[in-house]
Design a protein around this ligand. Structure first.
Ligand code: UTP
Length: 279
């Protein structure tokens, strides 16, 4: 039976991070540090701050460092025991106490939709959240982006995607949406196009890496044929829900950095250093 409480956050992390080579040749993109924490830790912190307690990584075979980051490292811990360095692990240790972590292998990188589809055994017939950790989201003035979306879910009880205005010459990098603004910054979506040209784009509102999905998405992903670049796109599956008025686009409060690109990563690093770093 379907429940309404969202407890699981899915982290699709099986991509190759090829825009960030050579850094990502042996190190997962999600393990690149922004100041002193890997990107994935920011994502898990955001999920925990939204009240979620299960984290499921959809991972590839060369990226075990992500799972190891949320496990004990007994040798390291004993070598720093009793020193001030122990404090440096407090944040991640707290996440490990709050959350249960699991991972599922995506055997081939067949696209984001396919990766999300792989999470069904961990999620079952429940609504769930998705965070793409290379989109680093921060809100210095209130709740995190996922927490804002979980609150919105209470009201709408349907899929929700975080959206942001992007310059027209950037639309071809995103899923781009169109819909009716039913409240300020909240749209009931009726169209979405994956990586459109400027001419095809229905607007300049782009989907960024935060989703809440209702569980019928699994069936829809299963029915979705590979789209742009031969990959199964989540946008195509979501479009089926949008046709029935069951997808909300939410212009979130806060900032988003595309840390899959060098420019976004450097901007995130500068921002987080200024905002959060204490010597
Ligand atoms: P991206 O396209 O941004 O990530 O996918 P990528 O493939 O790692 O990066 P580039 O383009 O090669 O530089 C968005 C998210 O979806 C995950 C990625 O890990 C990333 O978090 N993903 C993508 C999967 O888990 N599996 C896939 O088959 C594709």
């Amino acid at each position: 039976m379907s429940q309404n409480r969202i407890s699981t956050c899915v982290f699709p992390v099986a991509g190759f991070g090829s825009r960030f080579l050579p850094a990502t040749k042996a190190v997962p993109k999600e393990m690149l540090p922004v100041v002193d924490k890997p990107l994935i830790q920011y994502g898990v912190e955001e999920a925990v701050a939204a009240g979620l307690t299960q984290c499921c990584f959809i991972n590839g075979r060369h990226k075990q460092a992500i799972e190891n980051h949320f496990d004990r490292n007994v040798e390291l811990e004993s070598s720093i025991q009793g020193s001030s360095k122990e404090l440096l692990l407090d944040g991640v240790n707290q996440l490990m106490e709050t959350c249960a972590f699991s991972s599922i292998r995506q055997l081939q990188a067949n696209g984001l939709g396919h990766a999300i589809g792989c999470s069904e055994p961990a999620v079952g017939d429940n609504p769930f959240a998705v965070i793409l950790p290379d989109d680093l989201c921060v809100n210095s003035h209130g709740p995190g982006v996922l927490a804002q979306m979980v609150e919105l879910y209470e009201k709408f009880q349907c899929s929700i995607v975080a959206i942001e205005e992007v310059p027209s010459n950037q639309v071809s990098k995103y899923g781009v949406v169109d819909g009716d603004e039913i409240e300020e910054g909240i749209f009931r979506l009726h169209n979405m196009v994956e990586k459109p040209t400027v001419d095809e784009a229905p607007s300049n509102l782009a989907i960024i890496g935060r989703y809440i999905l209702s569980p019928d998405i699994y069936q829809l992903i299963g029915d979705t044929k590979p789209g742009k670049s031969g990959e199964v796109q989540i946008t195509d599956a979501l479009m089926e829900q949008a046709r029935e008025g069951r997808v909300i686009g939410y212009q979130f409060k806060g900032k988003r950095f595309d840390c899959g690109s060098v420019r976004g990563y450097v901007a995130a690093t500068n921002y987080c250093f200024e905002q959060f770093y204490e010597d």
